[in-house]
Structure formats: structure tokens, C-alpha cells
Ligand binder design. Structure first.
Ligand code: IMP
Ligand code: MG
Length: 200
């Protein structure tokens, strides 16, 4: 069988958009396996509910849960954040789809794709705390720490990344390219050309 390199941008039709691959597939998967093992140890014997924030967290959730070896439930929340442009959040968050699970007294772990200013996560944390979970923690795949405006506690972090716009592995570029199995950096020219385009 012919070997295929999954990171080849032309395979995914985004060669004109990629500056470089920031986190290759094998590196991502190794780290996610470690996180899964750590979570399995930390929550052993506890009633764990993973809360995935749609849509960006979906790839991460489905890979992560394959490495969580203790019984647990999953649930989803969809939110929209009113941004200044497509790539900045104000933290004014509206719930598009709420949890179906009652989280009172349960151990809740939020599964997020990326934390940037921290505004979105801060809002979600405040909301979920009002429902009296036993514990409420956060597992974020990517941490753009340099951009933080609100200090949100991150209990598990996949990778700390520099202040660059990334896409792939759940993260979108105007709703596309969530399917890439790696995380890529957007070309500066492409970012400039897209600045001002509204989106979610
Ligand atoms: P925050 O409220 O500023 O922390 O923004 C968090 C949200 O902004 C994430 O859930 C993403 O949807 C989006 N976001 C922030 N940085 C990036 C990026 O580099 N690529 C794609 N989406 C991003
Ligand atoms: Mg997004």
C-alpha cells in the first residue's frame, strides 16, 4: 500500500492557507492518550460527565474519550459568542443548545478546543457552577496563554501555543477544515484577507 502523509496540505485542499503544521497528527494523538490516562486516574470511582463545547471540541472529545478507561457520560453544549470580527470573542455568549444532563452533584469536565482570551470559558464556568456540580474542571487541547484577558483555571492542557491563528482538528476557518487531523497555522496573507469577515 502506498504510504500517505496525512499532513500533506494538498490532500486536504488547503495548501494555499497553511503557513505550517503546528501540531502533527502523531504528536496530537500521543498527548491526547496521555491526557486520557491522567483523567482516568484522577476520576477513578467518580461519576464523571464530559461536557463538550460544540463545535470546536468535537474531534478532541471523541479521541479523548477513547483513552478514558473509566465509565463516564458525555453531553454537549453549543454556544455562540458575539465577536468583534470572526476571530475575536467578546465573551458575550448565548447558549444555542443546552446540556440534557442534570449535573448537580456530579463531576463535570469541560472539553474545549482552545482557550484564547478566556471569555467564553469564563462564561460557561459561571453558568455551570450555578447548577451545583460536585466538581467542575476544564480540559483544553490548546492554550493560547499570551492572549489571556480573564484568568480561567485550566486543569488539563494539551499544548500551549503561540499567538497565531490556528485551524484544523475541530477548529474552523470560517466553518471549514475542522476535519484536518492536525493543527495548522494560517498564512498571514490569508488571515489579512479574511479580517473583517463575520462569523461564529
Ligand atoms: P476566547 O473566548 O477568546 O477564549 O475564545 C475562545 C473561542 O475562540 C474558541 O472556542 C474558538 O472558537 C475561537 N478561537 C480562538 N482562537 C482561535 C484560533 O486560533 N483558531 C480558531 N478558533 C479560535
Ligand atoms: Mg470557532
Amino acid at each position: 500500500m502506498k504510504e500517505t502523509i496525512v499532513e500533506t496540505p494538498s490532500r486536504w485542499g488547503c495548501e494555499h492557507l497553511i503557513e505550517r503544521v503546528l501540531i502533527p497528527t502523531d504528536v496530537l494523538q500521543r498527548r491526547i492518550a496521555e491526557l486520557g490516562e491522567q483523567i482516568s486516574r484522577d476520576y477513578a470511582g467518580k461519576d464523571l460527565v464530559l461536557v463538550c463545547v460544540l463545535k470546536g471540541g468535537v474531534m478532541f472529545l471523541t479521541d479523548l474519550m477513547r483513552h478514558i478507561t473509566i465509565p463516564h457520560e458525555i453531553d454537549f453544549m453549543a454556544i455562540t459568542s458575539y465577536g468583534v470580527g470572526a476571530r475575536q470573542s467578546t465573551g458575550i455568549v448565548r447558549i444555542l443548545m443546552d446540556l440534557q444532563t442534570n449535573i448537580e452533584g456530579r463531576h463535570v469536565l469541560i472539553v474545549e478546543d482552545i482557550v484564547d482570551s478566556g471569555r467564553t470559558l469564563d462564561h460557561i464556568l459561571r453558568l455551570l457552577w450555578t447548577r451545583n456540580p460536585a466538581t467542575l474542571r476544564v480540559c483544553a487541547l490548546l492554550d493560547k496563554k499570551a492572549r489571556r484577558e480573564i484568568d480561567v483555571p485550566l486543569d488539563y492542557v494539551g499544548f500551549e501555543i503561540p499567538n497565531v491563528f490556528v485551524f484544523g482538528y475541530g477548529l474552523d476557518l470560517d466553518e471549514k477544515f475542522r476535519n484536518l487531523p492536525f493543527v495548522a497555522v494560517l498564512k498571514a496573507e490569508a488571515l489579512e484577507a479574511m479580517e473583517g469577515i463575520e462569523g461564529s
